[in-house]
Design a protein around this ligand. Structure first.
Ligand SMILES: Nc1ncnc2c1ncn2[C@@H]1O[C@H](COP(=O)(O)OP(=O)(O)OP(=O)(O)O)[C@@H](O)[C@H]1O
Ligand SMILES: [Mg+2]
Length: 301
């Protein structure tokens, strides 16, 4: 505990120094936001609803006028672009190869929402040499001044690529369903976060439930095991009910937020956006010490 407190103080004192440096480094063309809150959405098991939740949460934040960037760091089947029904012509790999600038690959969804298509570039991060990695991270850091929220949609599991994004984050949203294997895998992921980044703020979203009671029971069970064996603080955030309109909207390649604007899932996503924007007492995110992308670069080194 003392170690954690010391580390926190150290991080806080680095915070003011670093934010001054990054303000100077920001392009003059960028809006002068302070650094974005970066929220990494992840899960132990695949197919639990991360991409749907991230895309629709991004739309809900944008609807409130919050400048949001969605970084698609998922190489799964139902990618951000598929769910949004857009086809990016270029990916992060094109930026890495020097064929495109970061500005050129950004997909503008509306006035407040832009997508960074990750594509295979996410895998390539691990193979970049030091100067190339640092060059790319410098560019990605500009995103932190371009938006208030950066949502990162990751793939599932604890492969190195995914884990690095999770471990670089101050805020992690862990998605699970009530399925026992999903809960077990969520625990495995939280254990990895506990080992490498115990100060992260980890919140649970229980997806595809029949009722709020079921969600609370699942969250309680998981938090009980976490409290028993790990040091990390994990909290229950909210839930999403099982909703056949979500699969329908995926088939239509339209986010449910747009396809079913008055449906129960849109209502829940709006509530999730409220919880993100106005955290309940005692759940404020830690001030970020260094840039998310700087921490990410260190992990890929
Ligand atoms: N609340 C829900 N109710 C019903 N179906 C849902 C719900 N959430 C997600 N789904 C369905 O589950 C499937 C997987 O969703 P999604 O692609 O968002 O998961 P994922 O966690 O991002 O998967 P991956 O690990 O492959 O990236 C989709 O077909 C989607 O329609
Ligand atoms: Mg996905």
């Amino acid at each position: 505990m003392t170690d954690q407190a010391n580390r926190l103080r150290e991080l806080m004192s680095q915070h003011s120094a670093n934010s001054a440096v990054s303000r100077v480094a920001a392009s003059p063309l960028m809006p002068s936001h302070s650094e974005a809150r970066v929220i990494v959405v992840t899960s132990g098991k695949g197919g639990v609803g991360k991409t749907n939740i991230t895309v629709n949460l991004a739309l809900a934040l944008a609807k409130r006028g919050k400048k949001t960037i969605l970084l698609d760091a998922d190489l799964g089947m139902a990618n951000v672009d598929v769910i949004l029904g857009v086809s990016p012509k270029a990916h992060l790999a094109d930026v890495i190869a020097g064929r495109k600038t970061l500005e050129e690959i950004l997909l503008r969804v509306n006035d407040c929402l832009e997508i960074v298509p990750g594509g295979s570039g996410i895998h390539e991060l691990a193979d970049l040499d030091q100067p190339a990695l640092e060059g790319l991270i410098r560019k990605l850091r500009e995103l932190e001044h371009r938006a208030e929220y950066i949502l990162v949609d990751t793939g599932a599991g604890i492969s190195r690529g995914v884990l690095n994004f999770v471990l670089a984050a101050n805020e992690v949203l862990v998605v699970t369903t009530p399925e026992p294997t999903a809960i077990t895998d969520a625990y495995g992921l939280i254990k990895a976060i506990d080992q490498h980044n115990p100060l992260a703020r980890v919140q649970l979203l229980i997806n595809m439930v029949e009722s709020e009671q079921e969600a609370r029971a699942v969250a309680q069970k998981l938090i009980m095991i976490v409290d028993r064996f790990l040091d990390i603080d994990v909290r229950y955030l909210t839930y999403m009910e099982k909703d056949p309109n979500i699969s329908r909207s995926v088939l239509q390649q339209q986010p449910f937020y747009q396809a079913f604007p008055y449906g129960p899932s849109t209502r829940r996503i709006n509530m999730l956006a409220s919880l993100v924007v106005e955290p309940e007492d005692g759940q404020e995110p830690l001030p970020s010490s260094t840039s998310f992308f700087t921490r990410l670069a260190k992990l890929f080194r």
